[in-house]
Design a protein around this ligand. Structure first.
Ligand SMILES: C[S@@+](CC[C@H](N)C(=O)[O-])C[C@H]1O[C@@H](n2cnc3c(N)ncnc32)[C@H](O)[C@@H]1O
Length: 269
């Protein structure tokens, strides 16, 4: 198996085997996977934890537009676009996540159009979509330029893309992961720097992740115009020992400068 296929296999294996664990971790495991109460709890959990997502993703601004979501995962954001009336298509590398997202939409009487496909080989003609959205997915893709070229190809001229990557220029990365766990607690020496980077994002055993800084968005959005970014996501464990500042303005300022989520937006000329 070449390394590209092995990376894809790792992603599929990880997500195919971790649903129950993720559900347990995120919403306490009190609802049966795939039922309406489960999805309602998943939505509540996600947007309580990340209240900025609806604003940044702008779910309500794409009613009637052709929207592609790359990496639908378990389907919360996909459901939000669908509920707001987007003409929606989704892809995910993990068939199990495609099934979960289809089930999510059908549970709420929405018709899914979710295809098992790789971001690097989108199965759509050129200029098919008005908007592409991808949250927490492209940070798993080793050949990011290829995925971005695909996203640009399937967008119509004037179409937009919103993507979320992990921010390297963040408290999460430098203070918590590198300085505290990697160096001070000796985890780099114990498990290796790469494993520390991967596991201190989404838990032990997590697959290879890539971190990018705001300046990287210039090459990431190669061939796009009007590139913008913002950062979000600041939680207490990102500032080890001290925790979050109590002053809300200081907290907001830190989040807007060194938050762990790096959101990029751009337009195809
Ligand atoms: C961390 S989850 C994020 C899911 C969802 N977007 C969210 O925000 O909750 C990553 C998802 O990306 C998918 N994925 C990873 N690499 C991919 C690729 N090359 N092409 C398409 N999907 C991919 C995984 O299968 C998984 O469902």
């Amino acid at each position: 198996m070449n390394s590209e296929k092995a990376d894809a296999r790792n992603v599929i294996d990880y997500y195919t085997s971790s649903d129950a664990e993720l559900a347990q971790r995120y919403i306490g495991g009190q609802f049966e996977l795939g039922t309406r109460p489960y999805y309602e709890a998943a939505l509540k959990h996600r947007y309580d934890l990340y209240p900025e997502i609806p604003r940044i993703a702008a779910f309500d601004q794409f009613s009637g537009k052709a929207v592609l979501e790359v990496g639908v995962g378990q389907g919360s954001d996909h459901f939000m676009f669908a509920r707001m009336g987007a003409k929606l298509t989704g892809v995910d590398l993990t068939e199990k996540h495609c099934q979960m997202t289809r089930q999510f939409l059908r549970t709420f009487d929405l018709e899914p159009h979710v295809i098992n496909a790789n971001a690097c080989e989108l199965p759509f003609p050129d200029a098919s979509f008005d908007h592409v959205y991808s949250c927490g997915v492209l940070l798993l893709v080793p050949d990011l330029p290829r995925a971005m070229a695909e996203i640009r190809r399937v967008l119509r001229p004037g179409g937009t893309a919103t993507i979320m990557l992990y921010n390297k220029k963040s408290l999460h990365y430098w203070l918590k992961t590198r300085l505290y766990y990697g160096w001070a607690l000796g985890e780099d020496a114990a498990i290796g720097r790469q494993a520390v980077d991967d596991w201190y994002t989404d838990g032990p055993g997590y697959i290879r992740v890539y971190h990018y800084g705001p300046h990287d968005l210039q090459w990431i959005f190669d061939g796009f115009r009007d590139i913008e970014y913002q950062t979000s996501c600041l939680s207490p464990e990102q500032i080890p020992i001290a925790g979050l500042p109590s002053n809300i303005r200081v907290k907001k300022w830190l989040e807007s400068r060194w938050g762990f989520f790096l959101w990029g937006k751009a337009t195809k000329p």
